[in-house]
Design a protein around this ligand. Structure first.
Ligand code: ZN
Length: 333
C-alpha cells in the first residue's frame, strides 16, 4: 500500500476519568478528593489508599470501581482477556490456570460486560461523529447455539470503513433449519438486530453528511435503512464478487474471518461453540473491544488502533487501561 493508510488525526485524549465511583455524585462540579488512610488488600497484601470525594463527601478506595474488585484471583483477569481473543477454549484456560471452569465462565461474563460498557462509555462521551470520510460497512455472520441445524443465530456487525472501528454488534435468533417435534419455534430476529445496529450507527453519524453504506444484496437491507435514515447512499455488493482487498466489503469480510479464527466460540463446528447466545455475546464483545482499542489496525501499522485512527484514543491501549475501571476506560497518566 502507498502512503500512510491511516493518517494521524488530531488526537483529543480522554481526561483521566478518576472520577467519584458513585453514579449519583454531582458531576457538574469538578472532581476533588482527599486521602483518607489506606488498607491492605487481602489477595496480595498490597496497601490500597482510601479516598474521599469532596463533592458528595462519600469515601471510596481505588478498588471500589475496579473490575477485579473482590476477586480471589485478580491476577487472572488480564491473562484471560488475552486468551479469549486467541482462540483458546475455556476448558483449556481452566486447565492452564488450574481453576474451575466456572471461574473462567465468571471472568468471561465480567470481561464481556466491562468491554461493552467501556465501548458504550466511549461512544457516548467522546462525541465521536462518523460518516463524512468513509462508508459504514455491515453484514451478518451466521453461527449457532448448541445445534447448527436447530438453533442457528445471526450476528450483524456494523463498522467504519476507513479505520475498521466496530460500531456495534448484536446477536439474534434464526428459525431452525429443521425443527424436531419437541422444539419450540424460534423467532426470526435478523431484521430487529440489524435495525439495532443501524440505530446505533445513526446515533454517531455526522449530521452534516449523507451516510454511505456498503452491504451485500440481502433484500431486507434497503427497507431497514429507509426506516432508520432519512437520507443515505447504499452500495450493494454481490456475494459472488471476489473477496479480495479491492472488494468494498473487505473490512467486514476480514473481521469475520479473524473472528472465526480467534474467537473460540465462533471457530467452525467443534466442541468450543457457544452453548448459549449470552455467552457468545460476552465473548464477541471481548473481541470487539480488543479489536477497537488494543490491537494495531494491521500488522504494518503499529502506531494505531482503530480507535486511535479515529482520534478518540491517543494510542493503542494496554488491556489494563481497558479493563481496570468498571464501565470506563482509564488511560495511564
Ligand atoms: Zn462523589
Amino acid at each position: 500500500m502507498e502512503g500512510d493508510p491511516f493518517p494521524m488525526p488530531a488526537v483529543t485524549p480522554l481526561a483521566i476519568p478518576q472520577d467519584c465511583p458513585y453514579p449519583d455524585c454531582d458531576r457538574t462540579r469538578p472532581f476533588t478528593w482527599r486521602r483518607r488512610g489506606s488498607y491492605r488488600r487481602k489477595c496480595d497484601e498490597r496497601p490500597v489508599p482510601r479516598l474521599q470525594c469532596l463533592r458528595c463527601m462519600r469515601r471510596f478506595s481505588t478498588q471500589t470501581d475496579r473490575v477485579d474488585r473482590g476477586l480471589r484471583r485478580p491476577d487472572l483477569v488480564i491473562p484471560l482477556f488475552k486468551l479469549f481473543v486467541s482462540k483458546v477454549t475455556m476448558r483449556q484456560m481452566a486447565s492452564l490456570f488450574r481453576v474451575n471452569l466456572k471461574t473462567i465462565a465468571h471472568r468471561k461474563k465480567l470481561l464481556g460486560r466491562q468491554c461493552i460498557e467501556a465501548h458504550t462509555y466511549v461512544m457516548t462521551t467522546t462525541g465521536v461523529r462518523l460518516g463524512a470520510d468513509a462508508p459504514f460497512v455491515f453484514d451478518e455472520l451466521e453461527t449457532f447455539e448448541t445445534s447448527k441445524i436447530r438453533q442457528p443465530l445471526t450476528m450483524p456487525v456494523v463498522m467504519h470503513g476507513r479505520t475498521w472501528f466496530v460500531i456495534h454488534a448484536e446477536i439474534g435468533t434464526l428459525p431452525a433449519r429443521r425443527r424436531q417435534k419437541d422444539d419450540s419455534p424460534r423467532e426470526h430476529q435478523s431484521n430487529a438486530v440489524v435495525r439495532i445496529c443501524l440505530e446505533k450507527t445513526r446515533a454517531i453519524t455526522d449530521e452534516k453528511c449523507t451516510p454511505h453504506f456498503v452491504s451485500d444484496r440481502k433484500f431486507s437491507y434497503p427497507k431497514l435503512l429507509r426506516q432508520v435514515f432519512q437520507t443515505y447512499a447504499h452500495l450493494r455488493i454481490s456475494s459472488r464478487q471476489a473477496r479480495t482487498i479491492h472488494n468494498p466489503m473487505f473490512p467486514i469480510n476480514n473481521l469475520f474471518g479473524q473472528m472465526r479464527d480467534n474467537v473460540s466460540s465462533l471457530v467452525r463446528p467443534n466442541w468450543a461453540h457457544a452453548k448459549k447466545r449470552e455467552m457468545l455475546g460476552q465473548h464477541v464483545w471481548i473481541y470487539v473491544a480488543y479489536r477497537n482499542y488494543v490491537r494495531e489496525i494491521t500488522r504494518d501499522c503499529r502506531t494505531h488502533s482503530s480507535a486511535s485512527a479515529l482520534g478518540i484514543m491517543p494510542r493503542p491501549l494496554e488491556p489494563e487501561e481497558l479493563l481496570t475501571i468498571r464501565g470506563r476506560i482509564c488511560l495511564a497518566a
